[in-house]
Design a protein around this ligand. Structure first.
Ligand code: NAP
Length: 242
């Protein structure tokens, strides 16, 4: 099996790369900074004896060269993890035009373009999988992260469309709604609930990939919380600030 990880240089993507390599899977690692990917690739090759290729790819500035570099490897890819994400404190709005553009490109537009680009090759495999890393913030709109959460929600909508379109093929779609993580994203920010270590989250995600169902919550205890969150009446919900 060969997995493409978009956003593999840090945090959850890096942890997923290690968990997959430990399982003997070959990898194609992408992020916007090659200098972080190369040492990771060398380390994984040495420790786990897997094949690892790296592609420099900036979701904020996707160009034909980075897509062509990805294409060089796309024949072998049978699983895609779209992990890369971007958020900002200013997202309580209104954000600047530059920030809004960057958030939409990284969390939605770039992700859609990469999936769309590798899709024809994925469909040639008998069993292929697309896994997107979404967020519990996509559960119900909140004023704190308007552009980030709506971009993630839009990405969920896109892959749900693919699931419908290719329902009679071997393509499986997984949406991982991840809770708070102990990573660079949100570093130093106080959270009302515990943060999960990225290596633990990676293991939970890989277990969920092997199970039926479209949407998984990581960790699973977020699911009942999110049901309650969705059901809160508006006159209460509008007063909550978290
Ligand atoms: N942290 C949380 O509390 C939390 C909660 C819920 C969901 N999530 C989601 O979980 C995923 C992983 O987040 P994380 O916490 O592991 O974040 P992180 O530690 O900040 O890592 C983000 C990864 O995305 C890559 N990335 C960012 N911008 C990119 C771009 N323009 N082009 C290509 N790659 C880019 C980064 O690589 P480069 O910077 O080297 O390009 C890095 O590998 C994200 O989708 C995030 O939305 C996180």
């Amino acid at each position: 099996m060969t997995s493409l990880i978009v956003g593999a240089s840090a945090g959850l993507g890096r942890a997923l790369a290690e968990s997959l390599a430990r399982r003997g899977q070959d990898l194609i690692l992408c992020s916007s900074a090659m200098e972080d990917l190369d040492p990771l690739a060398q380390d994984l090759k040495l420790r786990f004896g897997v094949a690892v290729a790296c592609v420099e790819l900036d979701l904020n500035k996707l160009d034909s060269r980075s897509l062509a570099d990805t294409a060089m490897h796309s024949k072998s890819i049978d699983r895609v993890f779209v992990v890369a994400g971007s958020s900002t404190h200013q997202d309580a709005g209104p954000v600047s035009d530059d920030q809004a553009t960057q958030l939409i490109r990284v969390n939605y537009e770039g992700a859609v373009r990469i999936i769309n680009f590798v899709l024809p090759n994925l469909l040639e495999h008998q069993a292929a999988q697309i896994v997107i890393i979404s967020t519990v913030a996509a559960n119900r709109p909140r004023g704190r992260n308007t552009v980030y959460a709506s971009s993630k929600h839009a990405l969920e909508f896109y892959v749900k469309g693919l699931r419908h379109r290719f329902a009679d093929t071997g393509l499986s779609i997984k949406i991982m709604r991840v809770g708070y993580l102990d990573t660079n994203m949100g570093f130093g920010e106080k959270r009302p609930l515990p943060k999960l270590k990225p290596d633990h989250a990676a293991e939970l995600i890989l277990k969920s990939c092997a199970q039926p169902g479209l949407v998984a919550y990581i960790p699973g205890w977020w699911r009942p919380l999110m049901i309650v969150h969705r059901l809160l009446p508006w006159f209460i919900y509008k007063r909550i600030n978290f």
